[in-house]
Design a protein around this ligand. Structure first.
Ligand code: NAD
Ligand code: UDP
Length: 327
């Protein structure tokens, strides 16, 4: 997906975040004009500092819960905190970001005739009874627990996307993203891969929540961004929702052991209470993405962890590094 395409004006909301900054880079590499929009709630200026002088790159500091008007051909809506401690810190704002924010961007897409992509999530399946998760599964979500602001906000966003598609003919693309990790995650992000690597590199205890038997399936960032680009470029009639993730499933205990081994750390695993409503198991069925987008992840967990460990080693050695240098 590296070939040059006809240059488009593309808005990336949440562009200063982990996934957003990788997406901005990939779009610039393909010759597009990219407007990165972010409110810096969890994103960092240093994620995009290396792009600031790049040809075709522009930045707007803005919160998507406030309407905005721009000349755009395509919109990637990634704006939303994604780590549980981050999205639970201000749950009302998290819900508003997914609901009001999506509404504002759908209005922009309708006015400008733009194609719009939504970063939805495997969390729409909640603590799933169907395993692996297929797109036709409606999920098992608590509407008022600590994860609800994120899960229900993203579910409502999917509803809004489909209603704008059906009522106003807006071209929509919905990706249900499963746990993704990689270089440029922040050391205090709070998600499991970054927590374990940082703890292992510092020689701190590795905090396994619960007994570590819960599972996740981890996708390396480069694979996911390739899926984003394929989905956005898919025929107008293809809306999704489509699962994007790596179907190789690991227990959290096994992840901790891999990180300890790869870092050569002397850290020990300690057990902490399992957070409320923490899903017991998660693994995408990606048959739909394989068939419709000709997409599947290529990076094994061990290869992806090695690259991510290198990122954190360099970052911890020099916290002032621009993230371009460590990505
Ligand atoms: P992230 O926290 O690094 O990035 C989110 C970005 O959105 C940040 O730069 C943040 O400052 C910005 N943002 C948040 N609220 C905003 C608002 N109201 N207005 C403007 N900007 C706002 O997280 P990420 O992992 O890069 O996730 C990006 C998107 O992908 C999110 O929508 C997330 O829900 C979705 N997603 C990610 C994963 C994953 O594993 N990384 C999994 C499922 C879904
Ligand atoms: N987790 C853990 N230790 C940590 C952070 C997370 O054991 O330091 C667990 C968490 O309880 C969950 C899994 O790892 O079962 C994935 O957590 P993460 O926050 O990365 O993503 P999500 O729960 O949203 O899938």
């Amino acid at each position: 997906m590296q070939k040059k395409e006809v240059s488009k004006k593309i808005l990336v909301t949440g562009g200063a975040g982990f996934l957003g900054s990788h997406l901005c880079e990939a779009l610039l590499r393909s010759g597009h004009r990219v407007t990165c929009l972010d409110n810096f709630s969890t994103g960092l200026r240093r994620n995009i500092q290396h792009l600031e002088n790049a040809k075709g790159f522009d930045f707007i500091e803005h919160d998507i819960i406030t309407p905005i008007d721009l000349d755009v051909d395509q919109i990637f809506n990634l704006a939303c905190p994604a780590s549980p401690p981050h999205y639970q810190a201000d749950p009302v704002h998290t819900t508003l970001t997914s609901v009001l924010g999506s509404l504002n961007l759908l209005e922009l897409a309708r006015r400008r005739g733009a194609r719009i992509f939504q970063a939805s999530t495997s969390e729409v399946y909640g603590d799933p009874y169907v395993h692996p998760q297929v797109e036709s599964y409606w999920g098992n979500v608590n509407s008022f627990g600590p994860r609800a602001c994120y899960d229900e906000g993203k579910r409502c966003a999917e509803t809004l996307f489909f209603d704008y598609h059906q009522s106003h003919g807006v071209a929509i693309k919905i990706a249900r993203i499963f746990n993704t990790y990689g270089p440029r995650m922040g050391p205090d992000d709070g998600r499991v891969v970054s927590n374990f690597i940082v703890q292992a590199l510092k020689g701190d205890d590795i905090t396994v929540y619960g007994d570590g038997s819960q599972t996740r399936s981890f996708c390396f960032v480069d694979d996911l961004i390739d899926g984003f680009l394929r989905l956005m470029a898919s025929p107008e009639t293809f809306t999704g929702p489509v699962n994007l993730g790596n179907p190789c499933e690991f227990t959290i205990g096994a992840l901790a052991r891999h990180v300890i081994e790869l870092t050569g750390s002397t850290s020990r695993m300690v057990y902490r209470p399992l957070p409320v409503d923490d899903p017991r198991q998660r693994r995408p069925n990606i048959s739909f993405a394989m068939r419709e987008l000709d997409w599947q992840p290529r990076t094994t967990l061990l290869a992806g962890l090695k690259k991510t460990i290198r990122h954190f080693e360099r970052l911890l050695a020099n916290p002032e590094l621009e993230f371009a240098e460590v990505a």
